[in-house]
Design a protein around this ligand. Structure first.
Ligand code: GAP
Length: 453
């Protein structure tokens, strides 16, 4: 259960995200579109850093994984075969008192009586199945034969392209196909900011293997994924691994772990790691009539590979990164008085802006020129922000609030005016410790790059 302070913390996070340009309500000037979000200038950088790092770890740094980028519009036959047309639904209940549409699991149970969580009403409809897929029509006619769906997960195009990718990549089992992209679900109740949205992004790997390797690879991928989350700055203590019990697993799965994060609104799933057996490829082989078998040259066997799937949400992970990073502490202002500051303690790897550059005074041409030189020096290597307006303490505070890990100040020492030995050195400030050290401009790129990677 979330406590009042958790709720306040979440409110502050949502407000910061809007104020500083991480995440905005989609179509806001028209009243907003529920369940859709737009990422602003800082949000898009954070999201890209996450996706790029996932791609680097899951594809580029491995010999056994290749990538693909499938279409969002999906043939209905694909989603019939996968079971989505029949079974991808949530039980929905309406409250007749306040007219809310609710997922059955959202009802509150008070002494054995089910109530609406919004108004406490007890006049509820029977549960009915509500399919979560967005249906659309392809081409000019809107008949049944023109129906297509916006994909509800990226996984299905990986399964349907399995044979093509296998042939062109000439991989041997075990090997994986990775994809990052948008998915759409008409969630009954989008909520908790971006956590449950109707349009969101997934980062999915389908790792194909021999049947006897499935359970071992399930353990392997759970551990790899936990390492990943720690490497982007989510502490192990904030993560939880749920071994999904038999009765809650998809019927075809032999084992599933949910990797959960302690959000201010409770412990919730970030990623599912599932051993899906040979269910998906078998279904598509049956429905399409095309062989999706693998031929093992060593043993001359033909069989349908099994698959282990680590499937993560981009938006949920971005939200977890922001929640984990958000903190408030005390810092001295320009008059050396302590005041409270908001700081996003992103790991430098994920931070949207890596380094801010400040001339101590904006009306000193030489300071400004030197600061701009440093911006040009750093820009090919990292995201940099130049700021000359306001007192230096205020400028630090603005960067703390968006999680910039390093600040470089060009002062009179840099120009060699006080001590010639300090010419071409700058003050480098660390966001978290607020410690400052003198660094030579020539060493800046290496110094910062080593901390960012
Ligand atoms: N291919 C398997 C699959 O799609 P899932 O558990 O339904 O499994 C995987 O989704 C991940 O996608 C979830 O762990 C979550 O991070 C993200 N996700 C699912 N539905 C979401 C939604 N409505 N809003 C945001 N992220 C969502």
């Amino acid at each position: 259960m979330s406590t009042p302070s958790d709720a306040q913390r979440m409110e502050k996070i949502v407000s910061l995200c809007k104020r500083r340009g991480f995440i905005f309500q989609s179509s806001e000037i028209y009243g907003g579109l529920n369940g859709a979000w737009d990422y602003g200038p800082l949000g898009v950088e954070l999201k890209r850093n996450l996706k790029n790092y996932w791609w680097r770890i899951m594809v580029h740094e491995r010999d056994d994984v290749v990538g693909m980028d499938g279409a969002i519009l999906t043939h209905p036959a694909v989603l019939k075969a996968s079971g989505h047309v029949e079974g991808f639904s949530d039980p929905m209940i309406d409250c007749r008192t306040c007219k809310a549409h609710l997922r059955a699991d959202q009802l509150v149970d008070k002494k054995g009586v089910r109530q609406c969580p919004n108004c406490g009403g007890k006049d509820l409809t029977e549960a009915r199945q509500f399919n979560l897929m967005f249906e659309t029509h392809v081409g000019a006619s809107a008949e049944e034969s023109s129906v297509a769906y916006l994909r509800p997960e990226t996984a299905q195009s990986i399964f349907t392209q399995f044979k093509n990718v296998l042939e062109v990549s000439r991989k041997k089992l075990p090997f994986g196909i990775a994809q990052i992209g948008k998915a759409f679900r008409n969630e009954i109740n989008p909520r908790n900011f971006t956590f449950r949205s109707r349009e969101f992004e997934q980062m999915e790997l389908e790792y194909f293997c021999r049947p006897e390797q499935g359970m071992e690879l399930l353990e392997y991928w759970k551990e790899e994924r936990l390492k990943f989350y720690e490497n982007i700055g989510l502490s192990r203590a904030s993560l939880n691994v749920l071994n999904v019990p038999d009765e809650e697993r998809a019927f075809y799965s032999k084992g599933t772990y949910d990797i959960e994060y302690h959000f201010p609104f409770g412990r919730q799933e970030l990623e599912g790691v599932a051993y899906r057996t040979d269910y998906d490829l078998s279904q598509h082989q049956k429905a399409s009539g095309k062989s999706l078998e693998y031929f093992a040259e060593e043993t001359k066997e033909r069989f349908i590979p099994h698959v282990v799937e680590p499937s993560a949400g981009v938006d949920r992970t971005v939200l977890a990164l922001i929640c984990e990073a958000y903190s408030e502490d005390q810092a001295p202002n320009d008059k050396r008085e302590m005041e409270s500051r908001i700081v996003l303690r992103f790991s430098p790897r994920m931070a949207p802006i890596k380094c801010a550059v400040f001339p101590l005074l904006k009306n000193k041409e030489q300071l400004v020129a030197k600061a701009k030189e440093i911006v040009a020096l750093l820009r090919p290597h990292m995201t940099v922000f130049y700021d000359e307006s306001g007192a230096i303490g205020r400028r630090y505070r603005r960067q703390d609030e968006i999680g910039t890990p390093f600040g470089v100040t060009v002062d009179f020492e840099t120009l060699g005016e006080k001590d010639p030995a300090l010419r071409n050195t700058v003050t480098l400030r660390d966001r978290d410790s607020m410690k400052q050290e003198r660094v030579s401009i020539g060493d800046l790129v290496n110094f910062l790059s080593s901390r960012i990677r």
